[in-house]
Ligand binder design. Structure first.
Ligand SMILES: NC(=O)c1ccc[n+]([C@@H]2O[C@H](COP(=O)([O-])OP(=O)(O)OC[C@H]3O[C@@H](n4cnc5c(N)ncnc54)[C@H](O)[C@@H]3O)[C@@H](O)[C@H]2O)c1
Length: 429
Protein backbone atom coordinates (compact mmCIF):
# COMPACT_ATOMS: atom_id res chain seq x y z
CA UNK A 1 0.00 0.00 0.00
CA UNK A 2 1.05 3.66 0.19
CA UNK A 3 4.42 4.60 1.60
CA UNK A 4 4.41 7.73 3.74
CA UNK A 5 7.60 9.65 4.32
CA UNK A 6 5.93 11.81 6.93
CA UNK A 7 3.43 11.62 9.75
CA UNK A 8 0.06 10.32 8.60
CA UNK A 9 -2.78 12.78 9.19
CA UNK A 10 -6.00 11.30 10.51
CA UNK A 11 -9.47 12.78 10.62
CA UNK A 12 -11.90 11.59 13.28
CA UNK A 13 -15.59 11.24 12.39
CA UNK A 14 -17.79 11.23 15.51
CA UNK A 15 -16.74 12.51 18.93
CA UNK A 16 -18.99 10.40 21.17
CA UNK A 17 -18.03 7.87 23.85
CA UNK A 18 -15.46 5.95 21.79
CA UNK A 19 -14.61 8.92 19.55
CA UNK A 20 -13.26 10.82 22.57
CA UNK A 21 -10.98 7.85 23.38
CA UNK A 22 -9.98 7.53 19.73
CA UNK A 23 -8.96 11.22 19.70
CA UNK A 24 -6.83 10.68 22.80
CA UNK A 25 -5.29 7.58 21.24
CA UNK A 26 -4.60 9.33 17.91
CA UNK A 27 -2.72 12.04 19.77
CA UNK A 28 -0.51 9.36 21.34
CA UNK A 29 -0.01 7.19 18.27
CA UNK A 30 3.57 7.45 16.95
CA UNK A 31 3.79 8.61 13.34
CA UNK A 32 0.28 10.05 13.41
CA UNK A 33 -1.22 13.52 13.58
CA UNK A 34 -4.83 14.22 14.49
CA UNK A 35 -5.79 16.66 11.71
CA UNK A 36 -9.50 17.33 12.20
CA UNK A 37 -12.56 16.20 14.18
CA UNK A 38 -16.03 16.13 12.60
CA UNK A 39 -18.99 16.13 15.02
CA UNK A 40 -22.45 17.61 14.42
CA UNK A 41 -23.50 18.01 18.07
CA UNK A 42 -22.44 21.48 19.29
CA UNK A 43 -21.59 20.53 22.91
CA UNK A 44 -19.48 17.57 21.81
CA UNK A 45 -17.69 19.66 19.21
CA UNK A 46 -17.00 22.27 21.88
CA UNK A 47 -15.68 19.56 24.23
CA UNK A 48 -13.41 18.27 21.45
CA UNK A 49 -12.14 21.79 20.70
CA UNK A 50 -11.39 22.35 24.40
CA UNK A 51 -9.45 19.12 24.75
CA UNK A 52 -7.56 18.72 21.48
CA UNK A 53 -5.46 20.99 19.29
CA UNK A 54 -7.00 19.70 16.06
CA UNK A 55 -9.59 21.92 14.34
CA UNK A 56 -13.20 20.77 14.56
CA UNK A 57 -16.00 20.94 12.01
CA UNK A 58 -19.68 20.15 11.95
CA UNK A 59 -19.46 19.40 8.19
CA UNK A 60 -18.00 16.03 7.29
CA UNK A 61 -17.55 17.23 3.67
CA UNK A 62 -15.04 19.81 4.85
CA UNK A 63 -12.88 17.07 6.33
CA UNK A 64 -13.20 14.79 3.30
CA UNK A 65 -12.27 17.66 0.95
CA UNK A 66 -9.08 18.41 2.90
CA UNK A 67 -6.13 16.96 0.93
CA UNK A 68 -4.01 16.89 4.09
CA UNK A 69 -6.19 14.19 5.62
CA UNK A 70 -4.78 10.80 4.61
CA UNK A 71 -7.02 8.53 6.66
CA UNK A 72 -10.09 8.68 8.88
CA UNK A 73 -11.38 6.84 11.92
CA UNK A 74 -15.16 6.39 11.76
CA UNK A 75 -16.69 6.29 15.24
CA UNK A 76 -20.33 7.05 14.52
CA UNK A 77 -23.25 4.70 15.30
CA UNK A 78 -23.22 1.54 13.13
CA UNK A 79 -26.08 2.55 10.80
CA UNK A 80 -23.92 5.49 9.63
CA UNK A 81 -20.76 3.45 9.00
CA UNK A 82 -21.61 2.58 5.40
CA UNK A 83 -22.34 6.16 4.34
CA UNK A 84 -19.33 7.60 6.19
CA UNK A 85 -16.84 4.93 5.11
CA UNK A 86 -17.93 4.95 1.47
CA UNK A 87 -17.78 8.77 1.32
CA UNK A 88 -14.29 8.74 2.87
CA UNK A 89 -12.99 5.95 0.61
CA UNK A 90 -14.35 7.74 -2.47
CA UNK A 91 -12.67 10.93 -1.27
CA UNK A 92 -9.35 9.01 -1.34
CA UNK A 93 -8.98 8.38 2.41
CA UNK A 94 -7.96 5.15 4.11
CA UNK A 95 -10.53 4.12 6.70
CA UNK A 96 -10.47 2.51 10.12
CA UNK A 97 -14.11 1.89 11.03
CA UNK A 98 -15.39 1.05 14.51
CA UNK A 99 -17.14 -2.25 15.08
CA UNK A 100 -19.51 -3.62 13.89
CA UNK A 101 -18.43 -2.86 10.33
CA UNK A 102 -22.09 -2.46 9.34
CA UNK A 103 -25.52 -3.55 10.57
CA UNK A 104 -26.24 -5.56 7.40
CA UNK A 105 -24.21 -7.97 5.32
CA UNK A 106 -25.13 -6.07 2.15
CA UNK A 107 -23.64 -2.86 3.52
CA UNK A 108 -20.53 -4.61 4.84
CA UNK A 109 -19.95 -6.34 1.48
CA UNK A 110 -20.40 -3.05 -0.35
CA UNK A 111 -17.87 -1.31 1.91
CA UNK A 112 -15.27 -4.00 1.23
CA UNK A 113 -15.97 -3.75 -2.52
CA UNK A 114 -15.72 0.07 -2.53
CA UNK A 115 -12.40 -0.03 -0.66
CA UNK A 116 -11.07 -2.47 -3.22
CA UNK A 117 -12.34 -0.39 -6.14
CA UNK A 118 -10.82 2.78 -4.66
CA UNK A 119 -7.51 1.08 -3.83
CA UNK A 120 -7.74 2.28 -0.22
CA UNK A 121 -7.34 0.36 3.04
CA UNK A 122 -10.43 -0.46 5.04
CA UNK A 123 -9.88 -1.74 8.58
CA UNK A 124 -12.34 -2.76 11.29
CA UNK A 125 -11.89 -1.48 14.83
CA UNK A 126 -11.48 -4.76 16.69
CA UNK A 127 -9.22 -3.42 19.40
CA UNK A 128 -9.51 -6.57 21.57
CA UNK A 129 -6.91 -8.02 19.17
CA UNK A 130 -4.52 -5.61 20.88
CA UNK A 131 -5.28 -6.48 24.49
CA UNK A 132 -2.08 -7.91 26.01
CA UNK A 133 -3.60 -11.33 26.74
CA UNK A 134 -4.59 -11.70 23.10
CA UNK A 135 -1.22 -10.47 21.87
CA UNK A 136 0.63 -12.96 24.12
CA UNK A 137 -1.70 -15.76 22.95
CA UNK A 138 -0.92 -14.88 19.34
CA UNK A 139 2.83 -15.09 20.09
CA UNK A 140 2.52 -18.51 21.78
CA UNK A 141 0.52 -19.85 18.84
CA UNK A 142 2.99 -18.40 16.30
CA UNK A 143 5.86 -20.08 18.23
CA UNK A 144 4.12 -23.42 17.68
CA UNK A 145 3.62 -24.01 21.41
CA UNK A 146 -0.02 -24.97 21.06
CA UNK A 147 0.13 -27.41 18.14
CA UNK A 148 -2.95 -27.63 15.97
CA UNK A 149 -6.03 -25.70 17.08
CA UNK A 150 -9.00 -27.98 17.74
CA UNK A 151 -11.66 -25.51 18.82
CA UNK A 152 -12.15 -21.90 19.92
CA UNK A 153 -14.84 -21.04 22.44
CA UNK A 154 -15.66 -17.40 23.13
CA UNK A 155 -17.93 -15.46 25.41
CA UNK A 156 -18.73 -11.78 25.87
CA UNK A 157 -21.27 -10.58 28.37
CA UNK A 158 -22.57 -7.74 30.47
CA UNK A 159 -25.70 -7.46 32.59
CA UNK A 160 -27.66 -5.12 30.30
CA UNK A 161 -29.98 -2.64 32.04
CA UNK A 162 -27.85 0.28 33.24
CA UNK A 163 -24.94 -1.12 31.24
CA UNK A 164 -26.68 -0.08 28.03
CA UNK A 165 -24.68 3.01 27.26
CA UNK A 166 -27.05 4.31 24.56
CA UNK A 167 -30.66 3.59 23.63
CA UNK A 168 -29.49 2.93 20.06
CA UNK A 169 -27.48 -0.10 21.25
CA UNK A 170 -30.67 -2.17 21.45
CA UNK A 171 -32.20 -0.74 18.30
CA UNK A 172 -31.73 -3.41 15.61
CA UNK A 173 -32.29 -0.82 12.87
CA UNK A 174 -29.09 0.86 14.03
CA UNK A 175 -26.93 -2.05 15.21
CA UNK A 176 -28.26 -4.83 12.96
CA UNK A 177 -29.07 -7.11 15.90
CA UNK A 178 -28.44 -7.33 19.63
CA UNK A 179 -25.69 -8.68 21.89
CA UNK A 180 -24.05 -10.64 19.08
CA UNK A 181 -23.61 -7.47 17.02
CA UNK A 182 -22.63 -5.30 20.00
CA UNK A 183 -20.20 -6.78 22.57
CA UNK A 184 -20.39 -10.19 20.88
CA UNK A 185 -18.93 -8.94 17.61
CA UNK A 186 -15.53 -8.48 19.29
CA UNK A 187 -15.36 -12.13 20.29
CA UNK A 188 -16.85 -13.21 16.96
CA UNK A 189 -13.75 -11.59 15.52
CA UNK A 190 -11.42 -13.23 18.06
CA UNK A 191 -13.00 -16.62 17.38
CA UNK A 192 -12.23 -16.24 13.68
CA UNK A 193 -8.85 -14.64 14.41
CA UNK A 194 -7.75 -17.91 16.03
CA UNK A 195 -9.88 -20.33 14.02
CA UNK A 196 -9.50 -18.95 10.50
CA UNK A 197 -12.36 -18.67 8.05
CA UNK A 198 -15.46 -20.74 8.62
CA UNK A 199 -17.22 -22.98 6.13
CA UNK A 200 -20.50 -23.54 7.95
CA UNK A 201 -22.33 -21.92 10.84
CA UNK A 202 -25.62 -21.94 12.63
CA UNK A 203 -27.02 -20.27 15.71
CA UNK A 204 -29.89 -19.26 17.88
CA UNK A 205 -30.91 -16.23 19.87
CA UNK A 206 -33.30 -15.19 22.59
CA UNK A 207 -34.74 -11.81 23.54
CA UNK A 208 -36.79 -12.88 26.54
CA UNK A 209 -34.90 -10.84 29.20
CA UNK A 210 -35.06 -7.25 27.91
CA UNK A 211 -37.60 -7.93 25.17
CA UNK A 212 -36.29 -5.50 22.57
CA UNK A 213 -37.78 -6.88 19.36
CA UNK A 214 -35.09 -8.03 16.95
CA UNK A 215 -32.31 -7.37 19.45
CA UNK A 216 -31.25 -10.54 21.25
CA UNK A 217 -30.06 -10.46 24.83
CA UNK A 218 -28.46 -13.87 24.38
CA UNK A 219 -27.10 -15.26 21.14
CA UNK A 220 -25.24 -18.49 20.43
CA UNK A 221 -23.35 -19.47 17.32
CA UNK A 222 -21.56 -22.64 16.26
CA UNK A 223 -19.18 -22.63 13.33
CA UNK A 224 -16.91 -25.07 11.60
CA UNK A 225 -13.79 -24.39 9.58
CA UNK A 226 -13.20 -26.24 6.31
CA UNK A 227 -10.84 -28.66 8.01
CA UNK A 228 -13.33 -29.48 10.77
CA UNK A 229 -12.24 -27.23 13.63
CA UNK A 230 -15.07 -25.82 15.70
CA UNK A 231 -15.84 -22.28 16.86
CA UNK A 232 -18.43 -21.56 19.53
CA UNK A 233 -19.67 -18.14 20.54
CA UNK A 234 -22.01 -16.81 23.21
CA UNK A 235 -22.88 -13.12 23.55
CA UNK A 236 -24.98 -11.99 26.48
CA UNK A 237 -26.71 -8.95 27.87
CA UNK A 238 -27.93 -10.84 30.95
CA UNK A 239 -24.62 -11.79 32.55
CA UNK A 240 -24.75 -12.43 36.29
CA UNK A 241 -21.07 -11.73 36.82
CA UNK A 242 -20.90 -8.30 35.21
CA UNK A 243 -18.88 -7.27 32.19
CA UNK A 244 -16.51 -9.94 30.97
CA UNK A 245 -15.12 -11.63 27.91
CA UNK A 246 -13.20 -14.87 27.52
CA UNK A 247 -11.64 -16.81 24.69
CA UNK A 248 -10.58 -20.43 25.06
CA UNK A 249 -8.27 -21.87 22.42
CA UNK A 250 -7.93 -25.64 22.71
CA UNK A 251 -5.18 -27.28 20.68
CA UNK A 252 -3.33 -30.58 20.36
CA UNK A 253 -0.35 -29.61 22.55
CA UNK A 254 -2.03 -27.25 24.97
CA UNK A 255 -4.75 -24.74 25.58
CA UNK A 256 -5.12 -21.04 26.25
CA UNK A 257 -7.72 -19.14 28.23
CA UNK A 258 -7.71 -15.38 27.74
CA UNK A 259 -10.01 -13.45 30.03
CA UNK A 260 -10.79 -9.85 30.87
CA UNK A 261 -11.26 -8.24 33.39
CA UNK A 262 -8.83 -8.74 35.00
CA UNK A 263 -6.46 -9.28 32.11
CA UNK A 264 -5.21 -12.86 32.43
CA UNK A 265 -3.90 -15.57 30.18
CA UNK A 266 -3.78 -19.17 31.32
CA UNK A 267 -1.55 -21.45 29.31
CA UNK A 268 -1.99 -25.18 29.77
CA UNK A 269 0.94 -27.07 28.33
CA UNK A 270 0.70 -30.75 27.53
CA UNK A 271 3.35 -31.46 24.94
CA UNK A 272 2.63 -35.19 24.88
CA UNK A 273 -1.08 -34.53 24.51
CA UNK A 274 -1.91 -35.88 27.98
CA UNK A 275 -3.98 -33.42 30.00
CA UNK A 276 -2.92 -34.96 33.33
CA UNK A 277 0.79 -34.35 32.88
CA UNK A 278 0.53 -30.80 31.64
CA UNK A 279 1.79 -27.62 33.28
CA UNK A 280 -0.34 -24.58 33.98
CA UNK A 281 1.23 -21.16 33.53
CA UNK A 282 -0.58 -17.98 34.44
CA UNK A 283 0.37 -14.78 32.62
CA UNK A 284 -0.67 -11.66 34.50
CA UNK A 285 -0.20 -8.18 33.10
CA UNK A 286 0.63 -6.13 36.20
CA UNK A 287 1.05 -2.79 34.41
CA UNK A 288 -2.50 -3.07 33.09
CA UNK A 289 -3.88 -4.22 36.42
CA UNK A 290 -2.23 -1.33 38.28
CA UNK A 291 -3.10 1.35 35.73
CA UNK A 292 -6.74 0.23 35.68
CA UNK A 293 -6.83 0.49 39.48
CA UNK A 294 -5.25 3.94 39.43
CA UNK A 295 -7.16 5.33 36.45
CA UNK A 296 -9.92 3.22 34.91
CA UNK A 297 -10.58 0.51 32.34
CA UNK A 298 -10.43 3.35 29.79
CA UNK A 299 -6.65 3.36 30.17
CA UNK A 300 -6.54 -0.19 28.78
CA UNK A 301 -8.97 0.74 25.99
CA UNK A 302 -6.79 3.69 24.93
CA UNK A 303 -3.63 1.51 24.95
CA UNK A 304 -5.39 -1.01 22.71
CA UNK A 305 -6.56 1.75 20.35
CA UNK A 306 -3.01 3.14 20.12
CA UNK A 307 -1.65 -0.34 19.34
CA UNK A 308 -4.39 -0.85 16.75
CA UNK A 309 -3.62 2.48 15.10
CA UNK A 310 0.15 1.73 15.06
CA UNK A 311 -0.71 -1.55 13.34
CA UNK A 312 -2.97 0.24 10.83
CA UNK A 313 -0.15 2.67 9.99
CA UNK A 314 2.15 -0.33 9.45
CA UNK A 315 -0.45 -1.69 7.04
CA UNK A 316 -0.56 1.62 5.16
CA UNK A 317 3.22 1.49 4.92
CA UNK A 318 3.07 -1.96 3.35
CA UNK A 319 4.40 -3.74 6.44
CA UNK A 320 2.99 -6.85 8.08
CA UNK A 321 0.00 -6.23 10.32
CA UNK A 322 -2.36 -8.21 12.54
CA UNK A 323 -5.32 -5.84 12.78
CA UNK A 324 -8.73 -6.63 11.32
CA UNK A 325 -9.32 -5.79 7.68
CA UNK A 326 -12.67 -4.83 6.15
CA UNK A 327 -13.10 -8.48 5.10
CA UNK A 328 -12.52 -9.55 8.72
CA UNK A 329 -15.24 -7.10 9.79
CA UNK A 330 -17.57 -8.61 7.18
CA UNK A 331 -16.81 -12.18 8.35
CA UNK A 332 -17.52 -11.26 11.97
CA UNK A 333 -20.94 -9.90 10.93
CA UNK A 334 -21.54 -13.08 8.89
CA UNK A 335 -20.71 -15.22 11.93
CA UNK A 336 -22.81 -13.17 14.37
CA UNK A 337 -25.77 -13.04 12.02
CA UNK A 338 -25.76 -16.83 11.59
CA UNK A 339 -28.02 -16.76 14.63
CA UNK A 340 -30.57 -14.59 12.83
CA UNK A 341 -31.71 -17.21 10.37
CA UNK A 342 -34.57 -19.35 11.60
CA UNK A 343 -33.42 -22.54 10.01
CA UNK A 344 -29.78 -22.96 9.17
CA UNK A 345 -28.49 -25.91 7.28
CA UNK A 346 -24.79 -26.47 7.70
CA UNK A 347 -23.13 -27.37 4.44
CA UNK A 348 -21.75 -30.89 4.59
CA UNK A 349 -17.98 -31.11 4.90
CA UNK A 350 -17.87 -34.08 2.60
CA UNK A 351 -20.56 -35.78 0.62
CA UNK A 352 -19.73 -39.23 1.90
CA UNK A 353 -20.36 -38.64 5.59
CA UNK A 354 -23.37 -37.12 7.18
CA UNK A 355 -25.72 -34.24 6.84
CA UNK A 356 -26.48 -31.91 9.74
CA UNK A 357 -29.43 -29.75 10.27
CA UNK A 358 -30.80 -27.49 12.95
CA UNK A 359 -34.49 -27.32 13.61
CA UNK A 360 -35.98 -24.64 15.85
CA UNK A 361 -37.54 -26.53 18.68
CA UNK A 362 -40.90 -24.87 18.33
CA UNK A 363 -41.17 -26.35 14.90
CA UNK A 364 -40.63 -29.88 16.18
CA UNK A 365 -43.20 -32.14 17.66
CA UNK A 366 -42.38 -31.95 21.35
CA UNK A 367 -43.60 -35.40 22.27
CA UNK A 368 -41.94 -37.15 19.39
CA UNK A 369 -38.64 -35.36 19.22
CA UNK A 370 -37.55 -33.61 22.38
CA UNK A 371 -36.28 -36.68 24.20
CA UNK A 372 -35.49 -38.80 21.23
CA UNK A 373 -31.95 -39.62 20.30
CA UNK A 374 -30.70 -39.16 16.74
CA UNK A 375 -30.80 -42.83 15.81
CA UNK A 376 -34.46 -43.11 16.83
CA UNK A 377 -35.20 -39.98 14.85
CA UNK A 378 -33.39 -41.36 11.85
CA UNK A 379 -35.29 -44.64 11.99
CA UNK A 380 -38.54 -42.78 12.38
CA UNK A 381 -37.81 -40.65 9.34
CA UNK A 382 -36.91 -43.67 7.27
CA UNK A 383 -39.90 -45.61 8.48
CA UNK A 384 -42.39 -42.96 7.54
CA UNK A 385 -40.98 -39.73 6.08
CA UNK A 386 -44.34 -38.38 5.01
CA UNK A 387 -45.83 -38.70 8.47
CA UNK A 388 -42.72 -37.20 10.06
CA UNK A 389 -42.93 -34.17 7.83
CA UNK A 390 -46.59 -33.84 8.57
CA UNK A 391 -45.84 -33.96 12.29
CA UNK A 392 -43.24 -31.19 11.91
CA UNK A 393 -45.79 -29.08 10.07
CA UNK A 394 -48.55 -29.55 12.57
CA UNK A 395 -46.40 -28.88 15.62
CA UNK A 396 -44.86 -25.86 13.88
CA UNK A 397 -48.26 -24.30 14.04
CA UNK A 398 -49.06 -25.60 17.49
CA UNK A 399 -45.90 -24.46 19.22
CA UNK A 400 -45.19 -21.27 17.32
CA UNK A 401 -41.61 -20.14 16.76
CA UNK A 402 -40.10 -19.92 20.21
CA UNK A 403 -36.40 -19.50 20.71
CA UNK A 404 -35.47 -22.82 22.22
CA UNK A 405 -33.84 -25.20 19.88
CA UNK A 406 -32.58 -28.66 19.54
CA UNK A 407 -29.84 -29.61 17.16
CA UNK A 408 -30.39 -33.02 15.65
CA UNK A 409 -27.81 -34.77 13.59
CA UNK A 410 -29.25 -36.90 10.86
CA UNK A 411 -26.60 -39.39 9.89
CA UNK A 412 -26.62 -41.57 6.81
CA UNK A 413 -29.13 -39.48 4.92
CA UNK A 414 -26.57 -38.94 2.20
CA UNK A 415 -28.47 -40.80 -0.52
CA UNK A 416 -31.64 -39.07 0.39
CA UNK A 417 -30.85 -35.35 0.18
CA UNK A 418 -34.22 -34.85 -1.43
CA UNK A 419 -35.78 -35.71 1.90
CA UNK A 420 -33.54 -33.24 3.73
CA UNK A 421 -34.30 -30.49 1.25
CA UNK A 422 -37.96 -31.27 1.54
CA UNK A 423 -37.81 -30.97 5.33
CA UNK A 424 -36.02 -27.66 5.07
CA UNK A 425 -38.46 -26.29 2.49
CA UNK A 426 -41.33 -27.39 4.67
CA UNK A 427 -39.89 -25.67 7.72
CA UNK A 428 -39.24 -22.49 5.79
CA UNK A 429 -42.70 -22.30 4.25
N1 LIG B 1 -14.12 -0.67 20.06
C1 LIG B 1 -14.91 -0.63 21.13
O1 LIG B 1 -14.66 -1.29 22.11
C2 LIG B 1 -16.14 0.22 21.08
C3 LIG B 1 -16.70 0.70 22.26
C4 LIG B 1 -17.84 1.49 22.19
C5 LIG B 1 -18.41 1.78 20.96
N2 LIG B 1 -17.85 1.26 19.81
C6 LIG B 1 -18.44 1.54 18.49
O2 LIG B 1 -18.12 2.89 18.15
C7 LIG B 1 -19.20 3.46 17.44
C8 LIG B 1 -19.67 4.71 18.18
O3 LIG B 1 -20.09 4.35 19.48
P1 LIG B 1 -20.19 5.44 20.63
O4 LIG B 1 -20.46 4.69 21.86
O5 LIG B 1 -19.02 6.34 20.59
O6 LIG B 1 -21.49 6.22 20.15
P2 LIG B 1 -21.92 7.72 20.53
O7 LIG B 1 -23.36 7.83 20.20
O8 LIG B 1 -21.46 8.06 21.90
O9 LIG B 1 -21.08 8.60 19.52
C9 LIG B 1 -21.37 8.67 18.14
C10 LIG B 1 -21.03 10.08 17.71
O10 LIG B 1 -21.17 10.19 16.30
C11 LIG B 1 -21.67 11.49 16.05
N3 LIG B 1 -22.21 11.63 14.69
C12 LIG B 1 -23.44 11.33 14.26
N4 LIG B 1 -23.55 11.67 12.94
C13 LIG B 1 -22.37 12.21 12.57
C14 LIG B 1 -21.88 12.75 11.35
N5 LIG B 1 -22.64 12.81 10.26
N6 LIG B 1 -20.61 13.21 11.32
C15 LIG B 1 -19.83 13.15 12.42
N7 LIG B 1 -20.25 12.65 13.62
C16 LIG B 1 -21.51 12.17 13.68
C17 LIG B 1 -22.73 11.67 17.13
O11 LIG B 1 -23.13 13.02 17.28
C18 LIG B 1 -21.99 11.13 18.34
O12 LIG B 1 -21.26 12.12 19.01
C19 LIG B 1 -20.26 2.39 17.33
O13 LIG B 1 -20.11 1.71 16.11
C20 LIG B 1 -19.95 1.46 18.48
O14 LIG B 1 -20.38 0.13 18.26
C21 LIG B 1 -16.72 0.53 19.86
Amino acid sequence: MTTFGRRITFGLIGYGAIGALRAQALEHTPGVRLGMIAEPVDERRAAAAAKHRAPTTRALDEMLADPQIDAVVVSTPPNLHHAHCVAALRAGKHVLCEKPLAPTLEQARDMVAVAQACGKALATGFNYRFYPGVMRARELIAQGQLGEIVYVKSYAGHPGGPEFTHAWVHNPEIVGGGALMDNGIHVADLTLHFLGTFAASCGLRSESVWQFAGSEDNGFVLARSEDGRIGMLHASWSAWRGYQWRVEVCATKGALEISYPPMLLLHYERPDGAAKHGRRRLHTFPVFQIQERLRSYRWTVVQSLIAEQVDFVARLQGKTFVGATGADGLHAVELAQSAYRDVTVAAPVSHTGHFEMVIPFGMCNHRNFSNANPSILRDRFYANPAESLNSLNTSGQAFGTRFYAKCFRFYWIREDCVLVNHIVDTLRS
